[in-house]
Structures are given as C-alpha cells and as structure tokens.
Design a protein around this ligand. Structure first.
Ligand code: TEU
Ligand code: CA
Length: 559
C-alpha cells in the first residue's frame, strides 16, 4: 500500500452541541472545543471531526444546512472556527468538517428561490415534480425518518419535492452540473481555510435511480426502504470522481465517506490508492443487532457475530485500502451498552472492546465520551424526554410491530441516537460539568459514576486505557506493524475468543476473551513481552495464555 499521511492517524469525533458549553446557554460550542484542545492532545488524537456547525435550523441537529459558508451563532463564529483550526495546528490536530451535500435545509436560499420560481434555475437544484392531490406519487420510497419522501413544495398545491431524510432536508439534484459546481466551490473554500478534510455524510444517497419508480412495499405503510432503490442506482462514481478531482485530490485532503451498500467491485474505486475517498467507515458490526421486526430481546451469540462481522469486513478490503473503525458515533447507541451483555458490563469489558477495534487494521475513530466509557440511558420515561427527529419513527414502528408502549420506550433506551448525544460527562458537578445551565438534552444520570474527572488520574480507568492504546499504536517500534501489518485471524473458530495477529516488522498477537468464563489460547510461538492488557498480570507459559473473563492482551511474539 502506498503510504499516505493520514494512514497512521487517530481520529476523534465531536458532536459540538453536546461536547462543552463555554457561555452557559446549555448548548455546546466552538469555544468549548477550544477549551478542551489540551485535553484532546493529552489523549493523543490527531484528527478532529466536528459534526455540523454550519448555519442551520437544527431540524436534524445541523445535518440540515441553511448556509454552507457560515457558522450557526449557537456554535460561534467563523473567527472562532479559524481560531480552532490554528490552535489545532499548534497541537498537530487537524480539523475535519462534516460535508452534508445530499441535501440542504429547506431554509437554504437555494430552496427559497426554488419555491419562488420552481421552473427557474434553482428549481433544478432539487427534485421537484408536478402533483395534484389524489395522484399517484412518483415513487413509494420511505424517508429514513418515516413516511413518504415526498411533500408539497411550500406554497404550491401542484408541486412536490423529494426528501429522503427529514422534510426540512430537501435532496439536492446532483444530476445538475450547476449544483455540483456550487458544491465544489464551497468545498474548496473550506479547504482553503486550512482544514484537514471532510467526513462525508450520507453520500451514497446522491445518486438516485431515475426515472422515479416504485419498489415492492415492505411494510403496511405501502412504502419501500430506500435501500431497494440504492441497490439499482448506478453511476455514482462519476460524481464522486469529479468531486475528488475538483476538490480533495488538489489538497491531498483526508476524507472519510459514510458509505453503505457498496458493492465488492467498487471497493478499489472508493478507498483504493486513487479512490474517491481516503477511507470509509466500517459499519459492519452495527448490523448484527438489526432485525426487520422491532425487538428488545438481546442478541444471541453476540461475541461470535461481532467477530464474524469485523473480521470479514477487514478481510474484504485487504490489499485495497483502510477502513475507519468505530464502536459508536452520533447515530448509534453507545458501543459498550450494545456490544457487551448488560450483566457483563464493567471497566474491564469496556477496555476489551476498545482494544479489539483499536488493534484491527484501519483508522480508529473515538466518539466523544467513548474514552470514559459512557453508556446508554438506562431508561426512557417518555418520548418527550428525548430530542432526535428519528425517535418517533422508531417508536411508532415498534408499536406497529406489536411491542407495548413500555417496550417501545425500552427500545429507544437501547437504540435511540440520543444515547450518544447526551452531554459529555466532564465531572460529577451539576450538569456533569458540561454547562452552567440546563443542557439542551438531558444529562445521562450515570454521570456521578462515569465522568472524566474521576478517571483522568486513575491508572486503572477506561480513559487511561484509551491513552495507553493510542500510545501503543503510535510507539515507533510498533507503528508500522499496526498500520501496515497483515491482519491474520488466529484460532478464529474458538468460541467467544477474538484473536488475531498483526504481522510486519514485528509479530503481535491480540487476544480477547469475549465472555465471562475463562478460556485458554494455544500459542504457536512464545511470548516476547506483554505490550498491554486490561488486567494486572496476564497468566501464560510457553504454549498457552490462560485468559480470565473479558481479558484482553496485546503481546509481542517471537517471529
Ligand atoms: O446519516 C445517514 C444514515 O444513513 C443513517 O445512519 C441515519 O442516521 C439513520 O438511518 C437515521 O435513523 C447521516 C448522519 O450521520 C445523520 O446524523 C443524519 O441524520 C443523516 O445523515 C442526514 O444528514
Ligand atoms: Ca454555548
């Protein structure tokens, strides 16, 4: 693999609204991020992805942008952002902005102009169709947030527009070269400010299968999941390649795509040496608990499913490119609550999960609060307690699938995107030290036990373990092996054991006992030294490691 500057980086995702509030209005902001840059440097991260902070009505928390060239006043100003970029540079931290270009806000001036003159140039920036009440809709696609993806164009009873997400997020028409030109101009304007690159939102949706057509209904609402359309849409590569040529490649920018549903033969095009993106997220483990019918039942064989998914996706890209590894993000529940059985959740098992995904090939991304082991909400009392625009759909579908109201709320405590969006737990002080006043979203009541202040000086804390993981990955003796070494699954068939080698300049064994019962791992070469573990003393001899429940170990082997 040809070496690129970002291969060895460690990234951290900030959800600005919930990270740190600097001015006491209950909303996190850019100055709050600046305050915490030293903290992020201490942790050891190199890239900082900010979820959107552009001007926005916040219908989908900033993923609905009304001005791509400005910062929402709730988050700060362009000057604040410039300061963040400069202060980041001083600490070798590159800022990665969120690029949301499948759609904009219905309050963006393009959409306002389209409403004023649907047949004019800005009408063609969107998907607008003629429609009269009672007609058949152009297609039966279900919006990701529930309901039809068509709504009346405001002020027009004879025209509708497409939105695959929220109705305040009209889809941009990428078939229109004028729209694409505007987008590329905007991207370069940001790159000229000195940012390191972009995380690219929902990008797979920019190519629609046209003309619009129905797909078989998959629920009683008569609608169809957008995936059914995406499977048949071809030609996205022309847009992505053009964007890479016009923008990213000129700046050697770092880009990470939020890509789903890609086909095997497209992988080199997406993340190969001359790919559209530097990398893309590995979402494979987020599918292991996905069920067509809503359920609050725990997943059977969690550890085995996790192993299969993660191993397969890294094998799939071997020799092609690097994935970006996550256990959670702002759209997913907390990884520790999801991938560890509730009865087994402890600092030790949290460290094990961290160790596994960190030592796989790829670029590790830490989502804010993950490094202190933040967990899901234990209970949700009512929908009103939460915020996310995706919740009502999850709740209604649960009821439709036969769950009781109580179970539907339980499902939200397991699945809602708000689990990851509660304020960062800085301390056990009021509002978890996030703000001087009541935060926009409730603080997770677990903050008294789980907070940074309690962990920062503790050699056994989850936080300290993350620091150690980062330091180990960056250690000059091992860096090359962790970044470029082969990924060799080891005793893959041994149940609830997740073990692999990374081989290159060095031979490194990673082993995790993903269950509470002890188990042994046979060795085929002797251990030279233990590089890291989540237990004071790992027990081993020349042939065997004796793993206790949830033990995690990284060891250098004799080659
Ligand atoms: O997410 C895109 C996406 O496809 C999903 O993960 C989506 O969040 C989920 O299906 C909704 O329940 C991105 C962003 O990460 C997400 O926060 C935004 O809501 C979405 O795009 C729209 O911009
Ligand atoms: Ca604020």
């Amino acid at each position: 693999m040809k070496k690129k500057w970002w291969h060895k980086k460690i990234a951290y995702q900030i959800y600005p609204k919930s990270f740190k509030d600097s001015n006491g209005d209950g909303i996190g902001d850019i100055r709050g991020i600046i305050e915490k840059l030293d903290y992020l440097q201490e942790l050891g991260i190199d890239l900082l992805w900010l979820s959107p902070i552009y001007s926005s009505p916040l219908a989908d928390q900033g993923y609905d942008i009304s001005d791509y060239y400005n910062i929402d006043p709730r988050f700060g100003t362009l000057d604040d952002l410039q300061e963040l970029i400069e202060e980041g540079k001083k600490r070798n931290i590159g800022i990665v902005m969120d690029l949301v270009v499948n759609h904009c806000s219905d309050e963006h001036e393009w959409f306002k102009k389209a409403i004023a003159d649907p047949d004019g140039p800005y009408g063609k920036f969107f998907y607008i169709e003629n429609y009269k009440k009672g007609d058949k809709l152009p297609c039966n696609w279900r919006s990701y947030f529930g309901g039809s993806c068509w709504d009346f164009l405001p002020g027009h009873d004879d025209k509708i527009y497409l939105h695959v997400f929220h109705k305040k997020q009209p889809d941009l028409n990428w078939e229109n070269p004028l729209l694409r030109k505007e987008i590329y101009h905007m991207i370069n304007w940001w790159l000229d400010k000195g940012i390191a690159g972009f995380r690219i939102d929902a990008i797979i949706n920019i190519k629609k299968k046209l003309p619009f057509q129905d797909y078989p209904a998959d629920r009683s609402d008569g609608l169809t999941c957008i995936d059914n359309m995406l499977k048949e849409a071809t030609g996205i590569g022309e847009f992505l390649n053009e964007m890479a040529d016009e923008c990213f490649r000129k700046y050697d920018a770092f880009t990470v795509g939020e890509v789903f549903n890609e086909k095997d033969d497209e992988l080199p095009l997406f993340i190969g040496e001359h790919g559209y993106f530097s990398t893309m997220f590995d979402f494979s483990t987020t599918f292991i608990d996905e069920t067509p019918v809503s359920t609050v039942e725990p997943v059977a064989d969690l550890a085995e499913k996790y192993k299969k998914a993660a191993f397969a996706s890294h094998k799939r890209v071997e020799g092609i490119g690097l994935l970006s590894n996550i256990i959670e993000n702002h759209d997913e529940p907390r990884g520790v609550s999801r991938y560890i059985k509730p009865e087994d959740l402890s600092d030790k098992s949290k460290k094990m999960l961290a160790g596994i995904y960190f030592m796989m090939p790829g670029i590790p991304f830490i989502y804010q609060g993950q490094e202190i082991g933040m967990e899901n909400l234990s209970e949700v009392k009512s929908l009103a307690e939460l915020d996310d625009c995706a919740n009502p759909h999850v709740y209604e579908k649960a009821l439709e699938d036969g769950l009781s109201e109580e179970e539907a709320l339980k499902l939200l405590s397991l699945k809602s995107r708000d689990n990851a969006r509660t304020p960062f737990q800085w301390s056990d002080k009021q509002y978890a030290g996030f703000s001087q006043s009541k935060p926009w979203l409730m603080v997770n009541p677990k903050y008294k036990d789980i907070n940074l202040a309690a962990q920062i000086g503790d050699p056994h804390s989850v936080f300290t373990f993350y620091k150690q993981l980062i330091a180990l990955r960056k250690h000059t003796d091992y860096l090359n092996t962790f970044v470029y070494g082969d990924f060799v699954p080891y005793h893959e068939e041994q149940k609830n054991l997740l073990s692999f080698k990374r081989t290159g300049d060095r031979t490194i064994l990673i082993a995790a006992n993903y269950q509470k019962e002890p188990q042994m791992l046979q060795l085929d070469s002797t251990i030279k030294s233990i590089l890291l573990s989540n237990r004071d003393e790992i027990v081993y001899d020349d042939n065997t490691i004796y793993l206790d429940g949830y033990d995690f170990v990284v060891a250098e082997l004799e080659a």
